[in-house]
Design a binder for this molecule. Structure first.
Ligand code: GLA
Length: 655
């Protein structure tokens, strides 16, 4: 090659390259502290896809980038030192062949949305992002799901980089928000709480504990209690059996040194139980595999000593891992899965299930258990496949009150994935439960497959999980909670949509517990939304470590009343303006429970229009978290709501 040709070639190369000033650095966002990425599933990864393959979008390969999962968020403090943000975004090709994979990418600069990709689906080409971020401090990269759930939502920020001329960027977390307590302490005078209606099947044993706050000792009585039932004066436990179908309206009474309270209560003897959503605790979100008899007893103890029982919390539910684990090397878990008659055995961490059940019942609480229609549970413990009747009988022998029935390994034996195949195992256990002389709440868990909400009632479920597993991140709570719109038509007394358990307090799925990663405002949103959704409320934390904030959050009777309202309607979204949403639940007395949610990061005002609530004229608005009247409003109500927070109000006609 001649010198002339070389010079000419060099000139062409120089022209083709972008002109970048000497003092501009390129910082790939995948080199920042990506552990701060919040996402609803899995972990963020640097330069490889979520499945551990090379990054690739629409057939185009990328050497560098950040692989995330919707719903997700990455906050970067640019400190005003960056000039441009560049990237290619899309769904990674590693999802091709999977069902779904559709997301939307957003970029926010100092609280304002400056770009969004529109919906991007698996297999689609990468979209180029090129944004001026001069003088921007906070850059937030978000990935939302595209209204079809988060399955396969593998979202790549490929070749994502900042051109930096000043201060170096750094990944940051949401600002820490100090716990703020909104709810006043219960009065020392008696107040009867809990559901106003209770269902029981004819001939089945009934246990209902009157929930009441106020100084102890307290004396309980019930007027017009039907023959067959009795109430214990000092514990408020109503027990007995009613053989005929029918409805009884009784008056519950509570009395202490400071006063009295009374409340009407309906006992409905019929085919349907769980007439209001179950309220209780479940072991999974805190202990997961690390569960034993002692921890369950401690949870029951704490349910009483913390006072939660006085607000209507009643179930103590054991999740996975109480059975024998076939082939386990751990002597505590190994053993014969069943006895000679095929009755299921517990593992050695649960030496006597009947004794444990008695212990829980003696406190006026109820006890739940877990199994799978497959041969083994999700964690590989013995499950009910081909032993459904024996298992139902064993639960009845142990006096169990609640069964979570989790699909897990059933896929191996299902022989199909259509609706008939999805329904089949749930019918089998339904029949088995119908053959035993006990009310056992039947909770279907199969993560929403085959639109379970459309047939959960048909297979006799009292509730059904509508989504995958929750985690204690805002991304997770946000996508699960706010994706429930549209399911309201399937919920009614005895038939509840279940958006999974609560992630407040000390959680951790094992032996290493941590305080929930949700901010206080996010926790108010979580509980408010789950109450509006008429969801089963199962506390997922270590009950022995309840702090003041968490306890306050779980003991607001006006908020719980929204969840337990006897009409059993589920809220739906009636307005959505960007990230501001209004959800409404119609209550039995005609009033509305209204959640004004702010899904933005910063405090802003949210308005509920009377026209959206289907009401008119002067309305009394009561703040339920603060238990305080806010005044009379006409046409609309506007509240200032913190980022990721909520204003939960009850709106009723001003007489
Ligand atoms: C599934 C369920 C969880 C929990 C675990 C137990 O993942 O969705 O709620 O029950 O199984 O293994």
């Amino acid at each position: 090659m001649t010198t002339r040709v070389i010079l000419c070639f060099a000139a062409i190369v120089a022209l083709a390259l972008p002109v970048v000033a000497d003092d501009i650095d390129t910082v790939y966002i995948s080199t920042l502290d990506i552990s701060r990425v919040k996402q609803a599933w899995g972990y963020p990864l640097k330069d490889i896809s979520i499945e551990g393959k090379g990054l690739s979008i629409g057939g185009r390969k990328f050497e560098q980038g950040l692989a995330t999962h919707a719903v997700g968020e990455f906050r970067i403090n640019l400190k005003g030192g960056s000039e441009r943000f560049l990237a290619y975004v899309g769904v990674d090709d590693d999802v091709i062949g999977g069902e779904g994979g559709s997301v939307e990418f957003f970029v926010y600069a100092d609280g304002k949305q400056i770009w969004n990709s529109g919906i991007r689906r698996a297999g689609w080409r990468a979209v180029r992002v090129d944004l001026d971020v001069t003088n921007v401090n906070l850059l937030v990269l978000k990935v939302k799901e595209a209204s079809d759930g988060i399955n396969w939502d593998h979202a790549d920020w490929a070749d994502a980089k900042l051109l930096v001329s000043g201060e170096k960027p750094a990944a940051v977390d949401m600002p820490v928000e100090k716990p703020y307590i909104l709810t006043p302490k219960p009065s020392p005078k008696p107040r009867i709480n809990g559901p106003k209606v209770f269902g029981v099947r004819p001939g089945h044993p009934l246990l209902y504990t009157i929930a009441a706050t106020g100084d102890k000792p307290m004396e309980f009585a019930v007027d017009n209690l039907p023959t067959g039932l009795a109430v214990d004066e000092s514990t408020g436990q109503i027990t007995g059996t009613l053989n005929e179908k029918g409805e009884y309206t009784v008056m519950l009474r509570a009395k202490n040194a400071l006063g009295t309270d009374e409340r009407q209560f309906r006992i409905v003897v019929g085919d349907t139980i769980a007439l209001t959503p179950p309220l209780g605790w479940n072991s999974w979100n805190c202990f997961a595999l690390d569960i034993d008899d002692k921890k369950v007893r401690s949870a029951a103890d704490a349910m009483v000593s913390s006072g939660l029982i006085n607000h209507g919390w009643s179930y103590i539910n054991i999740d996975d891992c109480w059975m024998v684990k076939p082939d386990s090397k751990d002597s505590m878990l190994a053993g014969d899965p069943r006895d000679a008659r095929g009755m299921i055995n517990t593992n050695k961490n649960f030496p006597d299930m009947k004794a444990l059940s008695n212990y829980v019942h003696n406190k006026g609480l109820k006890i739940g258990i877990y199994s799978s229609p497959g041969p083994v549970t999700c964690q590989g413990y013995t499950a009910s496949y081909e032993y459904e009747q024996q298992d139902a009988q064993q639960y009845a022998n142990w006096e169990i009150d609640y069964l979570k029935y989790d699909w897990c390994s059933y896929g191996r034996v299902a022989g199909g994935s259509d609706r008939t195949a999805l329904m089949a195992p749930y019918f089998v256990m339904r029949d088995a439960l119908d053959n035993v002389n006990r009310d056992i709440v039947y909770s279907l868990c199969q993560y929403g497959m085959g639109e379970v909400w459309k047939w959960g009632a048909e297979v006799g479920g009292n509730c059904w999980r509508t989504t995958g597993d929750i985690t204690d991140t805002w991304s997770s709570v946000e996508w699960i909670g706010f994706s429930q719109d549209g399911l309201e038509k399937y919920a009614r007394p005895g038939r509840w949509n279940d958006p999974d358990m609560l992630v407040v307090g000390m959680v951790g799925w094992g032996s290493q517990l941590h305080p929930t990663s949700l901010t206080p405002s996010e926790q108010y949103s979580h509980i408010s939304l789950w109450c509006l959704l008429s969801a089963p409320l199962l506390i997922g934390c270590d009950m022995t470590q309840l702090d003041e904030f968490t306890l306050n959050l779980l003991t607001n009777d006006e908020v719980l009343e929204v969840n337990q309202d006897p009409l059993g309607k589920q809220a739906n979204r009636v307005s959505q303006i960007d990230d501001l949403e209004v959800w409404v639940k119609v209550l039995e007395d005609g009033s509305r429970a209204v959640g004004l949610f702010n899904r933005q990061d910063d405090t802003t005002s949210v308005t509920a229009m009377w026209s959206d609530l289907d009401i008119q004229g002067k309305q009394l608005v009561r703040d339920l978290w603060r238990q305080k009247h806010l005044g009379v409003f006409e046409d609309s109500f506007t509240a200032t709501v913190p980022g990721h927070g909520v204003e939960l109000v009850r709106v009723r006609r001003n007489q």
